[in-house]
Ligand binder design. Structure first.
Ligand SMILES: Cc1cc2nc3c(=O)[nH]c(=O)nc-3n(C[C@H](O)[C@H](O)[C@H](O)COP(=O)(O)OP(=O)(O)OC[C@H]3O[C@@H](n4cnc5c(N)ncnc54)[C@H](O)[C@@H]3O)c2cc1C
Length: 388
């Protein structure tokens, strides 16, 4: 296994870093304060090719690997976590289901605009009463006269209500399997379909720039051909999509932890107390040294998981690596934001210092796309433990 990324990946990293420094960093404090969703920056990210990294060239993508996507998410996330999750969700949750399970017609219809950053798609798995237990979905879709009629609600759906959102894919009960369990399928619901309501955005602790809404569906009719993938395989499809998504979230967490490390080192070199830079104090330097170790470990776990996926290793192996990377990297990121805020003292609590924003933004990393407890459950099961 290589312990460094390829030269191509590193030069791509530089391109994304320069972009994030030039196009995002100068504005991010104001966007975060005013909860602005910067549609024009999404377009520029599209022009840079960030949304098409894993999409075949015939649909406007680069036909690249998950490692490239992780590099892009890490670098955008190093400057701003909310735009990092916007990219992660756009590709990992919006594009990936269509790219992986869509028919040629569905791909042709939806992917070119999503890849170009002219459109965004949401992924509706979570419901008000079904999060970690996503199989308990209550939303129903009934086939009537050549159309799916969707009724139900989804909660916390990222990128679902932006001015350029073109669709959401939703899981819904479409019947009962032979063994009496719910048959769950995935349906594409285009924005603006009558009966599909995007409820007002949540007020969130962090990720203010990211777009998150509850969704409701009342007798919402979409054509029968909007079934995505196989009927009855919707839940399994979403779980598989989430394995890639967790690697991408780990990359977002690496960006967060790395930003905290860099800011802490700079501050510890310049801020003085008792006549010396605070970095001379072991109490400060040792905390930053521990952060350095966590960043290294999180980086290796994340890019190993991406490498396993890119190498085409068995799904069970990727699933374990994804859960391990997501668990470790997100908890490391939350710890890094706590340490960085402490290193900055009172200024760390002030919004004009980015560490305050990273502190607010980090917590959800341990929740979205499977909580830390769910990752431990998956890791335990991977060890053969009968954990429920
Ligand atoms: C900002 C944001 C954006 C999101 N974006 C999306 C999106 O785009 N699409 C989407 O579908 N979802 C999205 N989510 C939903 C997210 O994936 C869920 O919030 C998450 O999976 C947890 O589900 P829940 O909130 O229902 O918590 P619950 O499942 O109710 O969990 C509550 C607590 O119980 C614990 N718990 C539950 N079951 C177990 C168990 N078996 N063992 C041990 N502990 C357990 C959990 O770990 C947690 O600590 C988003 C969430 C947020 C906050």
């Amino acid at each position: 296994m290589p312990f460094t990324l390829s030269e191509e990946h590193e030069s791509f990293r530089k391109v994304v870093r320069d972009f994030a420094e030039a196009e995002i960093a100068p504005h991010v404090e104001a966007w975060d304060r005013d909860a602005v969703f910067p549609v024009d920056v999404i377009g520029k990210m599209g022009e840079l090719g960030l949304f098409g990294l894993i999409v075949p060239e015939e649909y406007g993508g680069a036909g690249g690997d998950l490692t490239s996507l992780c590099v892009a998410i890490e670098e955008i996330g190093r400057v701003d976590q909310a735009l990092g999750i916007t990219l992660e969700a756009a590709v990992g949750l919006g594009i990936n289901p269509i790219n992986t399970y869509g028919t040629p017609e569905q791909k042709q219809r939806w992917l070119p605009d999503l890849v170009a950053g002219r459109a965004l798609a949401g992924f509706g798995l979570t419901e008000p009463e079904a999060g970690s237990d996503a199989g308990a979905t209550r939303t129903r879709a009934e086939l009537r006269d050549g159309a799916w009629v969707v009724n139900g609600a989804k909660a916390f759906i990222t990128n679902s209500g932006t001015p350029i959102t073109s669709l959401v894919t939703v899981t819904a009960r479409t019947g009962e399997a032979a063994d009496g369990t719910a048959e769950i399928s995935t349906i594409i619901v285009p924005s603006g379909t009558p009966g599909f309501t995007v409820e007002p955005a949540y007020r969130k602790l962090g990720w203010h720039i990211s777009d998150t809404h509850p969704l409701s569906f009342t007798d919402c009719r979409v054509p029968e051909e909007n079934l995505l993938g196989e009927r009855g395989r919707g839940f399994a499809q979403f779980l598989s999509i989430l394995d890639d998504g967790r690697i991408a979230i780990a990359a977002l967490a690496v960006g967060c932890a790395r930003a905290c490390l860099e800011m802490s080192v700079d501050y510890a070199l310049t801020r003085t107390a008792f006549g010396q830079p605070i970095g001379r104090k072991q109490g400060v330097a040792f905390q930053i040294a521990d952060m350095r170790v966590a960043v290294e470990a999180a980086t290796l776990l994340t890019y190993k998981a991406a490498w396993l996926k890119d190498e085409g290793r068995p799904a069970a192996e990727v699933k374990q690596a994804a859960a391990i990377a997501k668990l470790y990297a997100t908890e490391a990121a939350v710890s890094a934001t706590r340490t960085a805020t402490q290193v900055f003292g009172g200024y760390g609590f002030m919004e004009e210092y980015p560490v305050a924003r990273f502190y607010r933004d980090a917590k959800v990393l341990e929740i979205g796309e499977g909580t830390s407890e769910v990752q431990r459950l998956l890791i335990g099961r991977g060890l053969g433990l009968p954990v429920e």
